[in-house]
Design a protein around this ligand. Structure first.
Ligand code: PDD
Length: 280
């Protein structure tokens, strides 16, 4: 693979970052994942708008323009011949010279890394046909989940807990209500009504979430943005999650309880079709 590091396109083995980089030492970094479908970048502008916001919220600076971000994304997709997959982008606060809690002096350059991941047949993921099963775990993450930081340890532990339980993913629960999935936004469906948690600092403002809700409104589905409980989810007709890398993914089981007839629901399947069709 050819990757991008601080202005250079390099073979992945040659891309090196300092051991003092704050991304490495402090998890002081933000990221984005933009999907590639049929060689085309999906929702690029949305991801860049959120990246700029994440950087601003953490008082991080990075002087790459929208046009330059686009050029880098396109070049990596082309150089690596990516048809389906994604582009991972990470910006760290840079190399502090030594370990220090304080931010490095103004003018310290950010570390910028981008690389592609190929996932052939992404739009035909067999999981979407069977639906996936989730368990719930407490949400032990920090309270600025609206910022897309690389501090993914709890998300990673939650995914491992799901795997150990023989399931596919985990939902985070806080104060009795579902916040979001380990790496996605989640939804339950009752009849023609979609219920999903309202935007706040408690969840990541998913780019896919924004588009899917818009498409759902256009398809005359009703939308209620509010927190819901595990019990409410278990009594729902269907459930699904959204993310850049999975689009709309039907969920058929929550904490051991099957939803509906235990197969992907009508609304979930329809939204997945609409989203993939309109993205292409
Ligand atoms: N995850 N919530 C969390 C905690 C996430 O990590 C993600 C994305 C989402 C969905 O956001 P979007 O629709 O903008 O992808 C919600 C990415 C895909 C990842 O970490 O790989």
């Amino acid at each position: 693979r050819t990757v991008y590091l601080n202005g250079q396109y390099l073979p992945e083995e040659e891309a090196m970052v300092s051991i003092f980089d704050r991304g490495f030492v402090m998890g002081d970094a933000v990221y984005e994942v933009t999907c590639v479908l049929d060689g085309k970048l999906i929702e690029f502008e949305g991801h860049m708008t959120r990246l700029e916001r994440s950087l601003r919220e953490l008082e991080m600076t990075c002087d790459i323009s929208r046009e330059e971000w686009l050029a880098i994304h396109r070049k990596l997709v082309e150089l690596n011949g990516v048809t389906d997959g994604g582009v991972y982008l990470q910006v760290t606060r840079g190399n502090a010279g030594d370990r220090d809690f304080h931010f490095p002096p103004a003018g310290t350059p950010a570390t910028v890394v981008l690389y592609t991941q190929s996932k052939p047949g992404l739009a035909n993921d067999p999981h979407a046909l069977t639906g996936i099963k989730v368990i719930s775990v407490p949400d032990l993450r920090w309270h600025r989940r609206d910022i897309k930081t690389v501090q993914l340890l709890w998300a990673s532990m939650a995914k491992m807990a799901a795997e150990k339980a023989g399931k596919d993913d985990a939902w985070f629960v806080e104060d009795g209500f579902v916040t979001e999935g380990s790496s996605n936004n989640c939804y339950i469906v009752k009849g023609n009504k979609i219920i999903t948690r309202n935007l706040s600092n408690d969840i990541l403002h998913g780019i896919t979430r924004g588009s899917v809700l818009k498409m759902a409104r256009e398809a005359q589905l009703e939308i209620e943005e509010r927190p819901f409980t595990i019990e409410e989810a278990q009594a729902a007709d269907e459930a699904f999650y959204t993310s850049a890398s999975s689009f709309v993914m039907p969920i058929v089981e929550v904490d051991g309880v099957s939803l509906g007839d235990g197969t992907p629901g009508r609304v979930s399947k329809r939204l997945r079709e609409i989203y993939i069709e309109e993205s292409r």
